[in-house]
Design a protein around this ligand. Sequence first.
Ligand SMILES: [Zn+2]
Ligand SMILES: [Zn+2]
Ligand SMILES: [Zn+2]
Length: 494
Amino acid sequence: MATGTTPGYAAGGYGGAPPGQPAAPYPQGQPPAPYPQGGQPPAPYPQGGQPAAPYPQGQPPAPYPQGGQPPAPYPQGGQPPAPYPQGGQPPAPYSQGGPPAPYPQGGQQGGPQAGFQGQYQGEVPNTDLDDDLDARPAEALAPPIDKMDRVNGYENAGFNSAYLPPPSSDHSQQPSAPERREFQNSPTITEEQAREALLGYVAEHCCYGAGAAKEMNIKDLKLSSAFHYTLETYGEARSSTWVCEPFTGQPIDGPQYGPAPGPWEVAAQPPCMFEDAEVEVEVPHTASVKPCHECMASGRSRCNRCYGRGRVRCSTCRGRGQKTSFVSGERSERYCSRCNGTGRRRCYTCGGFGQVTCNTCDGKANLKCCIKLTVTWTNHIDDHVVERTELPDELICDVSGQVTFEESQIKVWPLKHFPEAEVNQASNRLITEHSNSFKDERILMQRQRVRTVPVTEVFFKWKDLDSTFFVYGFEHIVYAPTYPQKCCCGCTIL
Ligand SMILES: [Zn+2]
Ligand SMILES: [Zn+2]
Ligand SMILES: [Zn+2]
């Protein structure tokens, strides 16, 4: 429901007037001025228009506190250092040690605002608005990009993923041509095996008759080999983006621990070679804590239902305080009991407070911002089938055969000596295609493979019919589009 109340403000009905303001629903008939100082919004930063320096001394801490030497990434032995060397406390983002007091006059004495960190300080309309049941909280927003730190190697990082080209030297590695192994021949099948395979095939088709398979005269078996060549190129791509999340005291690995490693220097290993995968890692030494831009580090933002007024027009009487009714044709005005005749009522979304928890910082007032690196591994596969019979070529890809050639290299060389020339041509063509593709990726490994798949064409005679079927793959899969005994389409039944 859109009428959820803010935690800490919900209990006890309308008692949540802003502190320092009368608690009852506007005895003067006026909503509280949104800015207690008399019409002027308080400066977001109490020191007079300047944002508080993020570092108390006006200077960020020296990057290497131990005296000019960059510390080893994690000197304590593989563990990231505690984020706050001065004793577990984050550096105060505000020089006075805390965000600006929500109520500058100090009139606040406890009350329902436990955990309350600030007050919405933007525009509020001068009159109540119609109640909008569909009003949604504001979306969490990314900060302006110019608020983000400059980090060498990540100048293009925005809030959408930016692709990071691999170092160009990657494409120049040329290992020497590997030695080639001898190729083996395909196994053969017998007449009995062919008939057995056909009977199994017939059994899988409920309306096929088995008689033909049992009785047919197998006249000849013609053996051949199909070749399935595959080329795999396993590439790694990297992209970076700024990410911000509510700051809840999580570790901050900032620039004081050293310069950020370049995008291709961040360690990341694929879980398994030649399998697609993706990981996200925080780039070391890029994190910082920033005041939330959306709520001016107050933790609160204007309620999107009442626009900060805390009250909306009564939807029952449309703000009139009275309802019109017709009794036996006579019009009469009646007091609206929903709003006690006031024409307005408390906003259910903010409990009358006019403010809700800021969605961008989740009320924490500060954001942790850092660069996230996304590493994506993709296995690009292309293949080619050499098959010389009437059997459809694509059937070869899905059955098992014998791997008669396989090699893995960072960069493989085209096959030259495979007995089937078309395989060599396919290897040459696909390797050239792959070497001209995937320019955005660092190629980690290539693999080329030839599987030899046995194909047997079986010539048979049954009654007056001469025809053929195929048995292929180590599984003895049957392809028999002209099998003579298919009853369901009106063929001969015996
Ligand atoms: Zn009403
Ligand atoms: Zn509201
Ligand atoms: Zn915020």
